[in-house]
Design a protein around this ligand. Sequence first.
Ligand SMILES: CC(C)(COP(=O)(O)OP(=O)(O)OC[C@H]1O[C@@H](n2cnc3c(N)ncnc32)[C@H](O)[C@@H]1OP(=O)(O)O)[C@@H](O)C(=O)NCCC(=O)NCCS
Length: 180
Amino acid sequence: MALAAPDAGPLTVRRLGPDDAGVYHALRLRGLEEHPEAFTSSAQEEAARPLQWARDRLADAPARPHDFFLGAFRGPQLLGIVGLQGRYRPKERHNATVVGMYVVPEVSGQGVGRALMQSLLERAVALPDLVQLDLTVTEGNEAARVLYARCGFAEWGTLPRAVRIGERYLGKVHMVYALR
Ligand SMILES: CC(C)(COP(=O)(O)OP(=O)(O)OC[C@H]1O[C@@H](n2cnc3c(N)ncnc32)[C@H](O)[C@@H]1OP(=O)(O)O)[C@@H](O)C(=O)NCCC(=O)NCCS
């Protein structure tokens, strides 16, 4: 992917919609391929999904009012993504999970991940039913762990052997953020 220089305009973060499905799916697949240890989804299962899967995921769904995906752009170029997925059973409706954070390596360390998370937190706090957010990060993924901690997430435990990559088991650190 040819990327604009860092000075090619301001960074903007906006909600992605069905028309962004192509670039969203391509970036997500790139992230899964580059970082199999960071995500629970695998590139193989996701590559098999039709574009319509991404269109549905990015569409506004009245039954899933806490779900949204954000993209960070410089000009027309999508540089990073993150999503929020709600849980909708009555007793856990106040929780939602941050998913799929990925920033292309060409712009890593330039604040794109932080901008995505800050925008997600602003949108999440405006959703009146939500009380807290959770996420998991694979043990050893210090970049993500530091990013989340800097944004206010607190670690509360680790699930050992949460994912298996080939013959290797990896633990997942669980983090929580209080919205109110
Ligand atoms: C983790 C990731 C999203 C960070 O994105 P980024 O745009 O490079 O992060 P930022 O530049 O916004 O940095 C955010 C904070 O994290 C810290 N950070 C970023 N990379 C770091 C690293 N390699 N080591 C330690 N801290 C790091 C920065 O210092 C910054 O803190 P500060 O603002 O207080 O200085 C990106 O590296 C990535 O996509 N990694 C691969 C996929 C992945 O692991 N996703 C997360 C799945 S849970």
